[in-house]
Design a protein around this ligand. Structure first.
Ligand SMILES: [Zn+2]
Length: 118
């Protein structure tokens, strides 16, 4: 079963990687991602699929389990640092959802801040 959260997480990382690639590399290929970024995205999606927290997973940047390998973690971190702030302008809804994911899990207690689905 793929939960909505997981699909959203994948969509978010996909948008962010695409943004990063456009700005830093010259994709020029169909699909708009260079090979390096395609690999990174495939890796990130696989990590999300295998996440031990499954449906209760926090947003990856708040996660305390470091499931990324060292090199991939550095790459993803640069992507997030670059694309994170820009998400607000380009994809406000996704960006807000992503932040909401992070805040919901802040401080041990799980609070259901219900973001209305659509
Ligand atoms: Zn790229």
């Amino acid at each position: 079963m793929t939960s909505r959260r997981v699909r959203r997480e994948k969509k978010t990382i996909g948008v962010m990687v695409a943004m990063y690639c456009r700005a830093h590399h010259c994709p020029g290929e169909a699909g708009g991602l260079c090979r390096q970024c395609r690999d990174l995205l495939a890796y990130a999606e696989a990590r999300i699929d295998r996440c031990v927290f499954r449906d209760s997973k926090p947003a990856c940047n708040r996660c305390r389990v470091h499931c990324y390998g060292r090199q991939m973690r550095d790459e993803v971190r640069s992507v997030m640092r670059f694309a994170g702030p820009r998400m607000m302008g380009a994809h406000p809804v996704l960006a807000v959802m992503h932040l909401a994911d992070g805040f919901r899990y802040r401080g041990g207690e799980r609070r259901e801040t219900r973001t209305t689905p659509r």
